[in-house]
Design a protein around this ligand. Structure first.
Ligand SMILES: [Zn+2]
Length: 126
């Protein structure tokens, strides 16, 4: 556990190199999921990948054991008990090959803009 930040920093550097320093930030609220699912069903590449990524995150949050819950990156509230937005920061091209995933509860950030501000602050800290 003590070396986790190093691993994370490596991952961030790799993602950053892959992207030429340019990360695309995708923010998906619960309310956006039906639309994303529709777009994924129409086989829009980016939507398919985002949809899979988001559903993976939501499954992980729901299945996280009590001793290791997934928490909001802003206030540490348990995500399982909150509405939350998922952020995927990934190289802009080709698409979401390897991204970094963050999540914020809607008490910390209720709009796209608020989530983006929180995400950019969190990414700078990594
Ligand atoms: Zn929060």
């Amino acid at each position: 556990m003590t070396h986790e930040p190093v691993v994370l920093a490596d991952a961030v550097r790799r993602i950053s190199e892959d992207s030429g320093g340019e990360l695309e930030i995708y923010i998906i609220f619960d309310a956006d999921r039906p639309q994303l699912a529709l777009q994924a069903a129409e086989d829009e590449d980016i939507a398919v990948q985002l949809h899979e990524g988001i559903e993976d995150v939501r499954r992980s949050v729901a299945a996280a054991p009590r001793c290791l819950p997934v928490r909001c990156m802003g206030c540490k509230r348990l995500l399982k008990k909150s509405a939350y937005a998922v952020v995927i920061a990934a190289p802009a091209r080709p698409v979401v090959a390897n991204g970094l995933i963050l999540a914020f509860c809607t008490r910390c950030a209720a709009t796209q803009l608020e989530v983006r501000v929180h995400a950019e602050i969190a990414l700078r800290k990594l």
